[in-house]
Design a protein around this ligand. Structure first.
Ligand code: MN3
Length: 235
């Protein structure tokens, strides 16, 4: 039976995911407002022992906050872009003024990627891909385990800093990796899930053991959020 504290945490997790999904959706970004650091949506220690509280605190409050601050700083140079959503900016990098393009790619990518990442994580449970997404994963990779192996391998092989992704590209489900804060939106894909493989994401707890960190993240993915992203994108 859930204790009151667990029940409150569960509520915080679900409302947090909802708030973040609004923050992620460009349509909800109030026009004229600068970008804001979305709340994590759960306690720093909610993902223990898979991801430690100190890492979560630094990662969200310092690293993610810095991407948001630097993105806003860059946008001061081009006030006409201030009303555009982060998705819109990342999808249209090539058409942006050169004065801000690199900052939007790096800082804007950092903001979007982390916003998505927080939303995809939850305390370990029995969540697994369901329905159409489950069928698509089986059709594309053979099994959920085979897809997870590909994510693990993409994350491990990414040299230096970057991200591993499960994404939709031209109607196909694929696993890819990107360097730095590059976002698949900028190459015409739609990200379903991402795993941060920058050292700052795991070094305090896992040191050089990126493989162990990847294995841990795969156990705390919120498949209902990922399934909803898939369903909405297909629609
Ligand atoms: Mn990070």
């Amino acid at each position: 039976m859930l204790s009151r504290r667990d029940a409150l945490k569960t509520m915080a997790l679900s409302t947090g995911a909802f708030a973040l999904s609004s923050a992620c959706s460009g349509a909800q970004q109030p026009a004229g407002e600068v970008h804001k650091l979305p709340p994590l949506g759960y306690d720093y220690d909610a993902l223990e022992p898979f991801i430690d509280a100190e890492t979560m605190k630094l990662h969200h409050d310092k690293h993610h906050a810095a991407y948001v601050a630097k993105l806003n700083q860059a946008l001061e140079k081009e006030p006409s872009l201030a009303t555009r959503s982060i998705e819109d900016l990342l999808k249209n990098l090539d058409s942006l003024p050169e004065s801000v393009r690199t900052d939007i790619r790096n800082q804007g990518g950092g903001h979007y990627n982390h916003t998505l990442f927080w939303q995809l994580l939850r305390k370990k449970d029995t969540s697994a891909p369901e329905g159409d997404l489950s069928k698509a994963i089986t059709a594309s990779f053979g099994s959920v385990a085979a897809m997870e192996e590909q994510i693990q391998s993409a994350g491990l092989k990414q040299f230096g800093s970057g991200w591993a992704w499960l994404l939709m590209r031209e109607g196909k489900l694929l696993v890819e990796s990107t360097a730095n804060q590059d976002c698949p939106l900028s190459t015409g894909a739609y990200p379903l899930l991402c795993v941060d493989v920058w050292e700052h994401a795991y070094y305090l707890k896992y040191q050089t053991r990126r493989a162990d960190y990847l294995k841990a993240v795969l156990q705390i993915l919120n498949w209902s959020v990922i399934g909803e992203r898939y369903r909405q994108h297909k629609a």
